[in-house]
Design a protein around this ligand. Structure first.
Ligand code: PMP
Length: 398
């Protein structure tokens, strides 16, 4: 008998499992709208000019690859702080933000979860209903019990804001609330600035622990606009956590560039928090990799490259918006009668199409159009070449 004979086969990751099925599909018209990745107008994963220029500059003066400090590349951590909070913002100038480099946004969430588990061992975690699948798993694996707060209102095609607020108001003190800072995944519905104000008030009144997940900064309105939510939490005087991902905004998925920032009450507290974050990192993977962080720090630190990056990010954002519009027009042209305005109301990479699991299965099996069973499709994977087939296929199952 082998030691491992009792090991059960874990279920496949629902989205990565779709990729595997897609890869073996022989339909010549197949389209992958499952995974949350931005593809350009030719269906290719972009390698941004800003990234290429930074890599060329770094390559011109090759450096040996020693270990980075546990909390990562100093210039990178500083650049993240300035991007997320603003260079001259009070939390940054007063030194009360602890920022660590992390393995993507996922790594930022996990380091934050491990840190919080020690600090608030009894706390529960609330994530939105629905949320990115990995939110629940990350916090459960860190030892937390995970519940949900109301978010999507299928009947109204929007946010059940009163339900959300009621759930926050009913949460016990200390409860960790994971909030999507912008471009809610999977629904594409974001809170309005006024609604955010009320969320901040509820979090403050109930003494909850906010954890902002910022995986798509720049994909809704723009870098500053999408980051404004962070400013609201700062202004309220709250202490909170923010995870950052550059996977999408730099198209650096495989480099695992992310961060965790913890806004403490003062500089001394931030130093103690940082020391604990380092323990979480040290006992997980010791220290982070060099390349991705060096590239991002280089781009953010050179004004001309930063401007180029912002321009390229703007192009991605604009192309997604254009595809939303084309999706509406294409569905109408294919005979769909119902109101489709929700497609252009939603923001970010995804559209929550409202299609059922059975409809999504038909899309896959009969037409080679792959979306997630929840009805989520990635608008950022649409282009002029595949949108016709996608619209005709969706129209047929609607
Ligand atoms: N949070 C959300 C809401 C996401 O959608 C994602 C990526 N799909 C992440 C975090 C993780 O990003 P990363 O790939 O950088 O780990």
């Amino acid at each position: 008998m082998s030691l491992f004979s009792a090991v059960e086969m874990a279920p496949r990751d629902p989205i990565l499992g779709l990729n595997e099925q897609f890869a073996t599909d022989t339909n010549p018209n197949k389209v992958n709208l499952g995974v949350g990745v931005y593809f350009d107008e030719n269906g290719k994963l972009p390698l941004l000019q800003a990234v290429q220029k930074a890599e060329a500059a770094l390559q011109a003066e090759p450096k040996a690859r020693g270990y980075l400090p546990i909390d990562g590349l100093l210039a990178y951590d500083q650049a993240v702080k300035e991007l997320v909070f603003g260079k001259d913002s009070e939390p940054v100038t007063s030194g009360r933000v602890a920022t660590v480099q992390a393995l993507g946004g996922t790594g930022g969430l996990k380091v934050g979860a491990d840190f919080l588990k020690k600090l608030l061992p009894q706390a529960k975690v609330l994530i939105s209903d629905p949320s990115w699948e990995n939110h629940r798993a990350i916090f459960q694996n860190a030892g937390f019990e995970v519940g949900t707060y109301r978010y999507y209102d299928a009947a109204q095609r929007g946010i059940d804001f009163e339900g959300l607020l009621a759930d926050l108001q009913a949460a016990p003190e200390g409860t960790i609330v994971v909030l999507h800072a912008c471009c809610h995944n999977p629904t594409g519905y974001d809170l309005t600035p006024e609604q955010w104000d009320r969320v901040v008030q509820a979090v403050q009144a109930r003494k909850l622990t906010p954890f902002l997940d910022m995986a798509y900064q720049g994909f809704s309105q723009g870098l500053a606009e999408d980051g404004a939510v962070v400013g609201k939490f700062v202004q309220s005087g709250l202490t909170f956590l923010v995870s950052t991902s550059f996977s999408k905004s730099f198209s650096l998925y495989g480099e695992r560039v992310g961060a965790l920032s913890v806004v403490a009450a003062n500089k001394d507290e931030a130093a103690r928090v940082l020391s604990q974050l380092k323990i979480a990192i040290r006992t997980n993977y010791s220290n982070p990799p060099t390349h991705g962080a060096a590239v991002v720090a280089y781009v953010l630190g050179k004004p001309e490259l930063r401007a180029l990056w912002e321009q390229e990010l703007g192009q991605m954002r604009t192309r997604i918006k254009a595809m939303r519009q084309k999706l509406v027009e294409g569905l109408k042209a294919a005979g769909v009668q119902q109101d489709l305005s929700y497609i252009t109301t939603q923001v970010g990479m995804f559209s929550y199409s409202g299609l059922s699991k059975a409809q999504m299965e038909r899309l896959r099996n009969e037409f080679g159009v792959y979306g997630v069973d929840s009805g989520r499709i990635c608008v950022a994977a649409l282009n002029e070449h595949n949108i016709g087939h996608v619209c005709e296929s969706i129209a047929k199952v609607m």
